[in-house]
Design a protein around this ligand. Structure first.
Ligand code: ATR
Length: 275
């Protein structure tokens, strides 16, 4: 019998995480022997818990809030995305060493490539709303994908300025965000605005070109007011659920040796769970 492979997602809180559902589905679908658990670890206690889990025979983990930055310091090696973003969402234990990866950026790009195969990242500027952890991963991904001009805007201007300086991009004033839509090919909401329980994102899309792609990292609700407004005026839209699904692929492949597929059936299962 093949080795039993133990994995999981480390976070706090973690009970709401959809990752056990995604990986559990793949374990079952591919007939693998293993588990993927939700591992609740309090802030500040990551190192001791990861050590304990590894002693117990775990092969690796996903890492979510609030541990993504702290996970960097535990790694013997890091992939270039984790290094540039400054956060790790995937830990792989191999040959006595802990490898850290950040798969959020690739998940974001793969999702768009899959849902809008004709979209050309090099065709024009992109505007990202927000300057938090998710924005860092997305800015890195946009650079990697060859977006020629990347702009960000954030309620707290200092955070946008710092990110702009770090990544060599442009920061724009939040209050005038609707004025900067005219020439962009891609609009991304990386803030938590629009999420169930959070305030709505207010943005007048009048100036947006009809071909511009609009995407949101918020997936609960799946059709955010931003996506609804964009779709209503005929813009192509991509929802955030695919990013969550695609960021899960590399970890699963590393731990279980099988590259899992993101299928409509799996999307359906997640949508059901979000109801
Ligand atoms: P994450 O790491 O998931 O990106 P975060 O670091 O808390 O989370 O960032 C959340 C983003 O949503 C930030 O850009 C935040 O803006 P601030 O930097 O000004 O806090 C943005 N955000 C949250 N609530 C907001 C609100 N009511 N209005 C405007 N932006 C908001």
């Amino acid at each position: 019998m093949a080795d039993y492979i133990k994995t999981g997602v480390i976070g706090h809180p973690v009970s709401h995480s959809l990752s056990p559902l995604i990986h559990g589905y793949w374990i079952k679908t591919y007939g693998l022997s293993g588990s993927y658990e939700a591992l609740d670890v309090p802030e500040g206690a990551l190192a001791e818990h990861v050590k304990r889990f590894l002693d117990q025979g775990y092969s690796g983990f996903n890492v979510t809030l609030p541990h993504k930055q702290a996970a960097l310091d535990l790694c013997d090696t890091l992939d270039s995305a984790a290094q540039a973003i400054g956060a790790v969402n995937t830990l792989i234990w191999r040959d006595g060493k802990l490898h850290g990866a950040n798969t959020d950026a690739a998940g974001f790009i793969t999702n768009i490539r899959e849902q809008k195969p004709g979209f050309d990242f090099s065709a024009g500027p992109a505007l990202a709303l927000g300057a938090g952890g998710a924005a860092r991963a997305i800015i890195y991904s946009l650079k990697e994908a060859g977006v020629p001009d990347i702009r960000i805007t954030n309620r707290t201007a200092e955070k946008a300025d710092a990110l702009a300086a770090e990544f060599g991009i442009t920061a724009l004033p939040w209050h005038a965000r609707a004025d900067y839509l005219g020439d962009i090919s891609l609009l991304i909401n990386t803030t938590s605005l629009g999420m169930t329980g959070k305030p709505a994102l207010t943005l007048d899309l009048s100036a947006l070109a009809p071909h511009a792609l609009v995407t949101d990292i918020v997936y609960n609700p799946l059709r955010t007011t931003l996506l609804e407004a964009a779709a209503a005026r005929g813009n192509p839209v991509v929802d955030g659920l695919g990013m969550l699904l695609h960021q899960a692929v590399p970890g699963f492949k590393a731990w279980f040796g099988v590259k899992p597929k993101v299928t409509p059936k799996l999307r359906e299962i997640l949508l059901e769970a979000l109801k």
